[in-house]
Design a protein around this ligand. Sequence first.
Ligand SMILES: Nc1nc2c(ncn2[C@@H]2O[C@H](COP(=O)(O)OP(=O)(O)O)[C@@H](O)[C@H]2O)c(=O)[nH]1
Ligand SMILES: [Mg+2]
Length: 260
Amino acid sequence: MQSPLRHGKAALGTTLAGGALAALAQAPERASRLLRHRYPTVAVTGMTGVGKTRLADRLSRRASAEGGQDVGSAVMERRTRRNARLRGYRFRVVPGENAATRLGALDEVFHDEPVDGVLHVVANGHATPRRTGGTSGAGVATREEQLAAELEDWSITAHRIASMAVRRDRPTWLVVAVTKADLFADDVDAAVRYYSPGSGSPFGDKLDELRALAGGARLSIDVLPVCAQGGGRKSAMPDKACGDLLGRLELRLAQLSGHV
Ligand SMILES: Nc1nc2c(ncn2[C@@H]2O[C@H](COP(=O)(O)OP(=O)(O)O)[C@@H](O)[C@H]2O)c(=O)[nH]1
Ligand SMILES: [Mg+2]
């Protein structure tokens, strides 16, 4: 015994499935899958002043700071990297914690148009404060505060990543980019350890929590040191060394995206 309503639905369904309409309906879906494959989207997250914009500019081969952009942009920045073989990335730089637009941007990259991977940027406590610059004076206390702020910022982002990862059927990748390595060239290994899963550090514990929440197989985590601007001639991390680190990060991104 079938109701007329159910009959009507079945008839309509058959017509659509068999016809050209169905093929048409699948075309945008296929196109977006191809785009995602060749140009995966990457959320670039992290607190204000850690170096997100600078790093995204380097990765997308864009010249930085034309027009003197302020540290801590309030809008989501979009950068596209294209290589010669029609592959690349679409970077979405999420504004840091001071911006009113942050929550909307987080919603966009982790819910509305969920990204393929996340590049979370940290600076080992060397985030640049807005306006007043320099690392002189009360350095130690400031760095501790900065590390605490990084941790707080990461907690929020980590929750977003976890809920995105459990909602989807394909795996998500996370790369923690420990940038500004030129500022702590002699302590790079220790910094990488601090930001690594299983390290027992506050940040490591949060990564372990995230992995437990998301499920280990659904989320891959890499931690890589990098610097986006070479330390000067007197730096322990000259341009060449920075370039090498950047190259390693690019290679890993390419592997995670299936580009190589
Ligand atoms: N020493 C050093 N400074 C950097 C590096 N990357 C960025 N900066 C500086 O840190 C400040 C903040 O960078 P920005 O990309 O605007 O940070 P955002 O707020 O996270 O987008 C700027 O003054 C940059 O010049 C780096 O690798 N090394
Ligand atoms: Mg920025």
